[in-house]
Design a protein around this ligand. Sequence first.
Ligand SMILES: [Zn+2]
Length: 426
Amino acid sequence: MIPDELVKKVLDKVDHAALLKLTTELVKINSVWDPAAGTSEQEAAEHVARWAEARGFSVQMDQVAAGRPNVIVTWDAGPGRRKLMFEGHTDVVTPGDLEAWHYNPFGAEIKEGRMYGRGTNDTKGNLAAMLVAMDAVKQSGVPLAGSIVGGVLCDEEDLMLGVHDFIERGHADDVTGAIICEPQDGLICTSQKGAVRAGYSIYGRMSHGAMPLSGLNTAPALAELITGLHRLEQDAVRQLGKDRHLGWPSFTPTVIQAPSGGAAQLNVMPGESRVLVDVRTIPGQNHDHIRKDLTDLTTEVEDKVNKDYEAYDRQLNLHRKHDIRVDVEFLTDRPCTKTAQDDPVVGAASWATRKVLNAEPVYAGVPGATDGTFLWALKDIPIVTMGAGDRQVPHQVDEWVDLNQLKETADTYALAALHYLYPVVA
Ligand SMILES: [Zn+2]
């Protein structure tokens, strides 16, 4: 049991004015990674570094790539094995078509309790909340055991270079639990979907649309491939069912191109076509098996289509070479993650949520990958993903965050740290 007076001591130090100010300042810095426009995470990272230094944290800047630093903010509470990581990213996605916005995407305008702008929701508000929470715990004077590290990372939205660099430099080595600060609308997410993404290329022979028998159309292979992917999805759905937090597994052909390059013309039968497939996985699916199934599909489609062409050509008394070929190339492989419900980091997040919201926590899963995926997969770090912000709003126009929920999030992060590092928690 943590005495109520200690809870109060920490909550009293959560500076909601500083939270609002820091969120505003971060949103006003355009940190879209866009070398052509000259914007990157650099300025936002420097701002965080100055903020944390002024509050007495030890701060390290790691240059991950030109103009793209990570900021590592640490505080040693006292001797102890546990090290809690808060993770938040400084990059934001492009605002897209500015005409579609009703607000300045880098204006941090406030209206009726919401702040609008790119990154308010994903995830500068939560980044500010984690820093303010770390400061509150530090200022509270409550004796704690262990340490806290804030990983303020670059490039979460694209290749996740920041988290890989963080791991390569050894910062994650002694982390025992991590809170991934992303917009989950107050839910506690203990699992997240994995992804296997692949590109298929189908090779036939190009010809005039009026003389299709002088070439070899890839279209039947395209059809077989899409049918095959749907069958793999049905098998997975049947075998695994619906995950309570993550829903159904899926094998989705997202891009279907014929021809795979150049201009498409009505009277030209393409010699090459392409399919991209986005597979999203749930616990229980083995990615090696999925890659094998996706690879086996290439020979299966080749055999079926070439045999069909042979039979057809016998009927037409034709002598074509039946050499439809299908190749697959793997583009992404991210595991799905699942943290045990009885892990101390889940316990800390749940306890803090109860204290702040005065309600039972609601558990859920994250549909996409985050930096947490790699902390979990490469370093075995138990992770929970939680933070303020509607889950549908990231990357949309008129992105916003509810400021009350953001304050509650800072309170929750602070109490989660208190619970995780409190020396006598059973
Ligand atoms: Zn994010």
